[in-house]
Design a binder for this molecule. Structure first.
Ligand code: PLP
Length: 396
């Protein structure tokens, strides 16, 4: 048989991690990597964080899963804590980002249905967006590489240009439910929404009775220096999809909503067998225990500033390779003048530095949020070493 047992949908590299220690990953032969990919913005506390590990171990021994047919003291506690620290009034727990996005889409459609406007079923989304791999989530992006061959896709999405407020507003019609947008696009290439763009979308929502739905699966949970990225825009969303860093590596996602936006999500409208299980809740609590401690976000901001300015200082030394730095907090992108995938492979294979490629030839730099100055220095040293000997391919 030529088909591998593990369905070959990922172009997996040679790194085969078996252990993690803080900001480092260790391979089968003991090779060490500085992990500035963090499971694609997931391992926000690094690997093997004692508080998170202990919380999971204790909860696994106490109670791992019960049905949502029963009361959930664990779910209520974490939901209340998220509500107390965000715009939201209510939370639905999922097991992944795509499921959180699905719940966000359903909540938005159901809001207009509950208001007697079922024709308002179309979300305006944006080019280069990434919302996950379910049929709903791939329908919400116009990136062909994710959609080809999976038709028929879900109707009810229209596509505008990211950061083009006029273009987005021009699509508003009687069928519009709202906007679905990443405040900082991750997979698309660390593209940061402008203040006027997000604020303009909010204003349009208020004027037309639409919902502002944010996908903060990647940019949320401390990544940009605040618990949610939209806090830095002075914009209040109606619905937010969260996941990735939310439980530090344990599978968990969440759909957050205001009371008004969630008005249609009544008994029987949504569900999940695993969603909000006690083990996931324990991991989510442990992440908030650490993240809400004094100084956590200050560290994200300080390390983000430090990393960014170090990258900016490095660029002129290699201006044949690098174009610019973009991003917020510890969600940074280094734009290359050639193929970013090949450079990511070079850093990984020859310099022990893990990064993630993204759209627009951007290298994503997404370290654990608990890094210190020494890790920033080590990353810059590895990146400079890598850049010094790197020869882009002629046809890149
Ligand atoms: C990763 C990601 C998703 C999908 O999350 P999964 O857990 O892989 O389903 C959705 N939206 C954004 C912005 C993401 O970065």
């Amino acid at each position: 048989m030529s088909m591998p047992a593990l369905m070959p949908v990922y172009p997996r590299c040679e790194v085969r991690p078996v252990r993690g220690e803080g900001v480092y990953l260790i391979g089968e032969q003991g090779e060490r990597y500085l992990d500035f990919a963090a499971g694609i913005a997931v391992n926000c506390l690094g690997h093997g964080h004692p508080h998170l590990t202990q919380a999971i171990q204790q909860q696994a021994a106490t109670l791992m899963h019960v049905s949502n047919l029963y009361g959930s003291p664990q779910g209520e506690a974490l939901a209340q804590r998220i509500v107390a620290n965000s715009f939201a009034d209510t939370v639905f727990f999922t097991n992944s980002g795509a499921e959180a996005v699905e719940c966000a889409i359903k909540t938005a459609r159901r809001y207009h249905f509950a208001n007697g406007n079922p024709q308002r079923n179309t979300l305006i989304t944006f080019n280069m967006a990434f919302h996950g791999r379910t049929l709903g989530a791939i329908s919400a992006t116009n990136q062909a590489k994710m959609r080809d061959g999976f038709e028929p896709l879900l109707p009810g999405f229209e596509y505008a240009t990211f950061n083009d407020l006029e273009g987005a507003l021009a699509l508003i019609g009687d069928h519009t439910a709202g906007f679905l947008v990443e405040p900082v696009q991750g997979e698309g290439g660390i593209r940061v929404a402008s203040q006027e763009f997000l604020q303009g979308l909010r204003k349009a929502c208020d004027e037309h009775g639409l919902l502002l739905v944010l996908d903060e699966v990647q940019c949320g949970y401390g990544r940009t220096g605040t618990l949610f990225a939209h806090e830095q825009y002075g914009v209040r969303p109606d619905i937010v999809a969260s996941a990735k860093g939310i439980a530090g590596g344990f599978p968990l996602g969440a759909c957050l909503a205001t009371e008004d936006a969630a008005k249609g999500m009544v008994f029987g409208t949504h569900g999940s067998t695993y969603g909000g299980n006690p083990l996931a809740m324990a991991a989510g609590e442990a992440v908030l225990d650490v993240m809400l401690e004094d100084g956590f976000f200050d560290n994200v901001k300080a390390m983000g500033d430090r990393l960014r300015s170090s990258l900016e200082q490095m660029i002129p030394n290699f201006d044949h390779l690098f174009e610019e730095v973009r991003g917020m907090g510890l969600m940074l992108g280094l734009k290359l003048k050639s193929d970013s995938r090949r450079f990511v492979a070079h850093c990984r294979d020859n310099h022990g530095l893990l990064l993630v490629a993204a759209g627009e030839n951007v290298v994503r730099i997404l370290p654990p949020l608990v890094i210190g100055e020494e890790h920033v220095a080590e990353a810059i040293e590895k990146l400079s070493d890598a850049a010094r000997v790197y020869v882009p391919e002629a046809d890149d």
